[in-house]
Design a protein around this ligand. Sequence first.
Ligand code: C2E
Ligand code: MG
Ligand code: MG
Length: 763
Amino acid sequence: MSGSDRALRVPLIVGLATLVAVLAWLGVRDPEDRVWGNLGGTVVLSAAAFACLRVSRQAAALPPVRGFWVLWSFSAAALVPSTIAAMVRGATGVPGMPVYEAVPTLISLTLAMLAFRHVPLVSRTRLDWARLMLDGLAVTAAGAVFFGYVVLNTVPETTAVATQIAAAVVGVGCLLALVVFGKAAVSPEGRVDPVALAVLANAPLVGLIAVVLFLGGTEMGMLLLSVLGYPLVGMAMCVAAHRQSRVLDVQPPRRPRWSIADPLQFVAVTGTAVLVIVVSARDLDMRGRAVIGGAVLIAAVMVVRQLLTLRENTLALRAIRRQQAELERLALTDNLTGLPNRTGFTIALTERLDHGRPATVLLIDIDDFKMVNDTLGPAAADQLLRQVAERLQQSADGDRECVARFGGDEFAVLLPSGDPAGIESAAARFQHTVGRPVQTGEQQFLLHASVGVVIAEPGETADEVLRNADIAMYAAKESGKASWTRFEPRMRQDMVKHARLAGELHDALRGGELRLLYQPVYDLVTGRMHGCEALVRWQHPERGFVSPGDFIPVAERSGLIVPLGAWVLREACTQLARWQERLGDQAVEAVNVNVAVRQLREAGFVDEVAAVLSETGLTPRNLILEVTESSVVDGPRVAEALQDLHEMGVRLALDDFGTGQSSLSLLRAFPVDVLKLDKSFVDGIADGADRGRLAVAAAVAQLVEHLDLKAVAEGIETLAQLERLRDMGYRYGQGYLMAKPLPADECGDRMAAAPLVLGAAHR
Ligand code: C2E
Ligand code: MG
Ligand code: MG
C-alpha cells in the first residue's frame, strides 16, 4: 500500500474543526443569529472540493478513477453556492428551501451522478442500463407521490409554492441519486475504494432528511439541519477522498458494501401501496375500495412472487460462485501437498512485479530424487515429497514467503525482498531444511537439494524470472549438487551457447566430423600394452578441435549422447576386430568404451551391446565399459542394465574412482571388474604433498587386491608417479608418460612394438 497523501489530511482536519466550531456556535449563538452557522458548510465543502481534486491528480490513479474524483470535486464546488444561499435564507427568514438554493444543489447532484458513470470501470450491458433506469423510475415515481401527497400536505401555508416545488424536486433528486450511486457502488469490479464508495453512495440520505424536515419541520430543526447538513455532506467527501488516497495501489476486487439503494425499490413499492390504501380509504366508496384493495393485493402477491424468484436466483448464483471459487482454488493448488502450484505461484509473482516490488525466487530441486522414486515406488516417494513440502512451509516466514510446488521434486519460494544478504541466509535455511533426514516407513533418507536463486530485475516478467531461476538451478546442479547458485546473465549466454553446440554436434554426428583416438593402458610391470581406451574427438570445420570435456556434457544434457555413444561403441568394436585381424595375438584383449548414464537408462542398451558384439565378431571379454560412480547409483533400471551386462560377460570399469561420494560401498553392490583411480590422486603422489589422497590411493590398491579386481591408475605423467604407484601395488596405468590418445593405426603399431622400459623395476 502506498503511503497516503499527507495533503489530504488537511481537509479532514479543517472539516472536523469546522464541525466542532459549528456545534459550539449552536451552543452560544444569539437566538436571532441564523446566518453565521451556515458558513461551516461553505468551508467544509470548499475543503471537500480541494480534497477530491487532489486525489484525482494522484499519479497512480487510473484515468476513469481520476474522472470520477474530478466530477466529485465539481459536485462539491457546485454545492458551495447552496451554502451561501442558506445564509441568505437565514438572513431573510424564508422557510423551506428557496429556488436559488435548490438549483445549485440539483446541479451538484447531477454532477455526482455523472461521476458514477465511471464506476464500475467495465462497461455496463444494455440490460444493466435498462434495469438501472427502471429502478430509478420506480423510486422517482414513488418519491414524487410521497412528496406530492404527504410532505406538501403538511407544509406550513406560508411557504411559497415555488419553494415547495424546489424542495420536493431536490428530495426526489436525492432519492434518485441514492439509487444511481447505490447501484454503481455495489458493483464489485470498480477500482474506486469500496469504503469511499459506500460513504459517498449514502451521502444523499443527509439531503433527503434535510428536505423532509425543511418542508415540515420546526424552525430549530431546520436551522440544525441547515448548519449541519452541508458540512456533513462535505465531510463525507473529505473522508472518501482521504480513504481513496490510501488505496491507490490497485486492490483485488472486493465484495460490494451494503447500500441504501438495495431495499429502496421495495420501500418505494410498499410505500406507494400503503399510500394508495390510505387515500382510497378516505376518498372512495366500498366498491372502489374493493377494486383498489384487490389491485394492491395482486400487486403485493406479484412483488412477493418476484422476491421469491429473486431469492432463488441469489441462492443459485451463490452456489455457482462457490463452485467457481473452488475450481479456481483447485486450479491454483498442487493436490499432493496443498501448496500453491506453478500457476498460483506465477500469479503471486506477477502481482509483485507489476507493482514494482522487490521479489526473489528460489527454485529448489531435490537431487537424485529419481533414484528415491525408483527405489521406494511412487507412493512412498509422494509421502517424502509431502514431508519436504511441510518442512519448507514451516521454515518459511509466515505469510511473507510463499512456498509452492511446481511438480515432481521441484519447489519454489517467493521472497519479498531483493537484499542479497537476506537471500543468502534464506537459501541456506531452505537447503538445510531439506537436508535433515526424512523417514518413510522403516527407512530413513538423507535428501539434499540444489537451489537456483534469482533476484527479479525491474521490468522483468514472471516468465523471465522463472526461466532464469531454472537456469540458475541447473547451474547449481552442475556445480556439484547440494548447493545454491545465484543467477547471472552469463548463464543464459552459456545456455544459448550449449544449445548451439548441441545443434552443431547433431550435424557433426551425421557429417562424420567425429573420430576416435585410442589411449593405451600399460602393464606397469612388464611394460606391455594391456588394453586401450577409446576417446572421442570432434574436429569442427570452423572451431577446430573441440574438447570432449566441452561437448560430452552438452551431449548428455541434450540426449545426443545416446546416438553418439552408440556410434562410439560400434566404431571401437569394429576397430578392435580390425586389430585382431591385422595383429592376431598381439592385439589387445579388450577395448575400453566410456558409457554415459543416459545410455544406460535406455531400455534397449544391453541388447544393443550384444548386437554390436555379434556384428563385429567380438566376444563379451573383448569389451570393457567405463561408467562413473554417479551413474551406478542412478536407480534400479541402470543397476539392472549393469547386472545384465556383467552376466553377459562384458566387464565393467568404475571410471574416475575416488571422486564420487559413495565409492567403497559401491564395490559390493555393483559387479565391478576394474577400478580406474582418478588422475587427481595420481597428480600429487610422487611428492607426497597431499597425505589424504596418498592414503586413499594406497587403500584402493590394497582393496583391489583383496577383492580380486584390477586397478588402473589414470593420468600418469611422470616416471616418479609411475614408480610410486607401482610400489603401492598398481599393476596397470594410463597416461601421457606412456602414450597420449593415438590414432587407430598408431595404437595398433604400439601393440606390435617391443615393451616399454618403465623405470627402475624394469632395470
Ligand atoms: P576419462 O574417461 O576419464 O578419460 C580420461 C581422460 O584423461 C581423457 O581426456 C584423456 O585424454 C585424459 N588423459 C589421459 N592421460 C592423461 C595424462 O597423463 N594427463 C592428462 N592431463 N590427461 C590425461 P579426454 O579424451 O579429454 O576425455 C575427457 C572425458 O570425456 C573422459 O574422461 C570421458 O569421461 C569423456 N569421454 C571421452 N570420450 C567419450 C566417449 O566416447 N563417450 C563418453 N560417454 N564419454 C567420453
Ligand atoms: Mg574413461
Ligand atoms: Mg577417468
